[in-house]
Design a protein around this ligand. Structure first.
Ligand SMILES: Cc1cc2nc3c(=O)[nH]c(=O)nc-3n(C[C@H](O)[C@H](O)[C@H](O)COP(=O)(O)O)c2cc1C
Length: 365
């Protein structure tokens, strides 16, 4: 058995993990239209429980927070009841699992909202890209800017979802503040043109993210709360970067460190465009945070071994490799080739491409 750092246990705040390989959050769009997970999700997550930490697919904190059909929620009792066997299965296999809490903000469509309402955002600026509805892929709808007095309600939705996460048996929560969704829309000056206390200065733009994090930390203890950032990614929603990327994210990292979060999780570089750890002063960000650091985006075995041995990261989150390789940890340990799952099975559908792969496996590298 390898003694490399990648395969050794560590601790993220109060969460003890048995290796440094995390399963990155992966939307798979296989819940029902009300966001209730099916028993397939129990198999899917259970199969991947040898990861040191599973971060679930992004999970809606409210009906308003939904931007994609068939994504799971955590705002009704039925959601909790459907998640509980998932966390039980992961725990029975000795794994750890946190749920990624999600509000998409402007990355939504009227057909996904209650009574066809407009999605909400810091400012009425339409996103690019597409969202997934029952009718297929469509451009996001024009959002409306949230009124200042509505924002406390959103913080409360996060708080309630964090409570439900406890009832569902998770080990903690990850605040999704990455990939062009609501919290990142508030943080970036490209998508936030507000003139109230949630807009303007970096302190104001970071306010919602920090209020949400403090609210869920009150429920869980900060040492069971992580947070994901993607400082350099424009991929989702075609979201322009913040004009002072480094300065803005250093401020956020410092404030999160003061809260004593379990970990900071960073999508390094442009999502799906390879690893950009060299383009950004990740070390400065880590130092500003001061706690455990999870790195993600385009890592392969060698990079992961190097990054954990060399002190770049405490843990590496793998996304796409976990789709086709539930036994990824063992494959990395034994240096076994990975199965490259067909992208057609990424979003939506049933067991095929999710918990089973019966299609020709000719693309084993
Ligand atoms: C099918 C799919 C679904 C994803 N869903 C999410 C998600 O729900 N939340 C999130 O933060 N990132 C999501 N991502 C991004 C991944 O977590 C990860 O950042 C990305 O795949 C890069 O890591 P990798 O190179 O190891 O795949 C998704 C990526 C893919 C391919």
């Amino acid at each position: 058995m390898s003694t490399a750092a990648l395969f050794s246990p560590t601790r993220l705040g109060a969460i003890e993990v048995r290796n440094r390989i995390a399963m990155a959050p992966l939307t798979r769009s296989r819940a029902d239209m009300d966001g209730v997970q099916t028993p397939l999700a129990v198999d899917y997550y259970g199969q991947r429980a040898s990861a040191g930490l599973i971060i679930t697919e992004a999970t809606n904190i409210s009906r308003q927070g939904r931007g994609y059909a068939y994504t799971p929620g955590l705002y009704t009792d039925a959601h909790v009841a459907a998640w509980k066997p998932v966390t039980d299965a992961v725990h029975a296999a000795g794994g750890r699992i946190v749920v990624q809490l999600w509000h998409v903000g402007r990355m939504s469509h009227t057909s996904l909202q209650e009574e066809g309402a407009a999605p909400v955002a810091p400012s009425a600026i339409q996103a690019g890209g597409h969202v997934f509805t029952e009718a297929g892929y469509v451009p996001p709808s024009m959002p409306r800017a949230l009124a200042t007095e509505e924002i406390a309600g959103i913080v409360d939705d996060y708080r309630q979802a964090a409570r439900r996460a406890k009832d569902a048996g998770f080990d903690g929560v990850e605040v999704h503040a990455a990939n062009g969704y609501l919290l990142e829309q508030f943080l970036r000056d490209s998508t936030n043109h507000r003139d109230d206390r949630y807009g303007g200065s970096v302190e104001n733009r970071a306010r919602l993210l920090l209020e949400v994090t403090a609210a869920v930390a009150e429920v869980w203890g900060a040492d069971r709360v992580g947070l994901r950032l993607s400082p350099l990614s424009t991929a989702i929603g075609d979201t322009p970067l913040d004009s002072r990327t480094m300065e803005t994210h250093l401020y956020v990292a410092r404030r999160l460190g003061e809260l004593g979060l379990a970990y900071l999780h960073v999508v390094e570089g442009q999502l799906h465009a390879g690893n950009g750890a060299d383009d950004f002063d990740v070390k400065a960000l880590r130092d500003a945070f001061g706690g455990a650091y999870l790195a993600n985006n385009g890592y392969d075995r060698q990079r992961a071994l190097d990054a954990t041995a060399g002190g770049h990261a405490d843990m590496i989150a793998f996304g796409k490799p976990f789709i086709g390789n539930p036994d990824l940890v063992e494959r990395l340990r034994t240096d076994t080739p990975l199965f490259d799952a067909p992208t057609a099975g990424y979003f939506g559908g049933g067991a095929e491409g999710y918990t089973q792969f019966t299609a020709p496996q000719a693309n084993v590298a």
